[in-house]
Design a protein around this ligand. Sequence first.
Ligand code: TRP
Length: 450
Amino acid sequence: MASIHMAQRETWTSRIGFIFAAVGSAVGLGNIWSFPFQTATNGGAAFLVVYLLAVALIGFPTMLIEFVIGRRGEQNPVEAFRKIGHGQWSFVGGLGLFSSLLTLAFYSVVGGWVLSYIVGSATGSYFGDPGTYFGAVSAGPTAVAAHAVFMAITIGIVALGVTGGIERATTFMIPAILVLLVGLGAWATTLEGATAGYNYYLSPDFGVIANNFGTIVPPAMGQAFFTLSLGFSVMIAYASYLGEDDSLPADGGAIVVVNTLVALLAGFVVFPILFATGGAEGASGGAGTAFVALAGAFGNLPAGQIIGFVFFVVLLFAALSSSISLLEVPVSYITEHYGYRRSTTAVAAGVFIFLVGVPATFGTTWLGFYNDFVFKFLLPIAVLLLAVFIGWFADTDAMDELGRGSSVGGSFKTIWLWWVRTVVPIAVVVTLYLGIKALYTGLSSGAYFG
Ligand code: TRP
């Protein structure tokens, strides 16, 4: 795989190299932690249906938008807009950089929890009282220390460089995640509650969707964008290293499929575990309930200690394969733009982001707020701007770029363009409206900082 260092405009040596890097970014806490627990919080299979529709109908076309901008622009996400001749839109790339910073800040805090749970699985210390253990590691000094360790590992990998650090780390971690998840899923079939878990996960109740449209759509859409790493300019950056003869629709399709498979697999692990020890209710709700519910289950299951250890190691790999990509975006922009050394930049940016994340270690309300702000506000806004830009202001270039290197017909391109012009913006505006309403209600009812 080629270096994706921004200073020289290299291209990926293999198509697989690009897909690997993009999958590493996409597969993360979003797939293995957030996805199953958003599903549990929002009615099980009903959420799954809306989420899959959001991924296919809105996420995939949006990924193509970022690919088109990236490959056409052949520059970092901010410069890319200028290169295409629309410099006034470069703030959209900047917004993506900002979202990356903010996301990594709270992502690393959760990464720290995962580290504590690996230790807790090894020592058995959460088995007696999972709630108390979560309280002790999710806030206060332990959380700050674990957040620091997680960020230090991320900085270390990014400082080592793209080929020596990021590529080496992800080519090891992604296959490991897949193999271990399949193993965990196979083990989960043997559990007492497996069938009830699969039912809850896979048999949608369409009445639930109809009655809870307003509460299901924003998280499903936010989750779709987040899990595909859209709206963060990452895919713009990665696609800028693509050669002319790569097919954007084919590559995008492969990334979406692999990413969705990992999330679905995580559900096949988590739901049987939850239903073996009490059902999904215990796991619905905020960020922390997921950890408490799972840890409680591991404490009560045969071989739970080993299974728990493996599960949290998988979660750690997934978190790291994403956090390095989140840090790489600002680092590559700064090194290219200002000419600082990669290692210095990685340390400086990493320390800054660490500090931004510290409030999220005070308690889960701040963390929930960071998370909701990104999911419900920043991401939909970025995606809306991207769709309007490509659909209405750069449509000719976009159509042309989408066709390069691919055998898709003119009708695919035409449908995509009209979809990006109309369906994507309308869907995102609805989501944004519902999401902002939820944020506002949360803020004014004191749900975050009451
Ligand atoms: N997709 C990642 C996940 O599911 C999180 C993420 C969102 C991300 N945007 C990103 C990772 C940008 C790297 C770069 O956990």
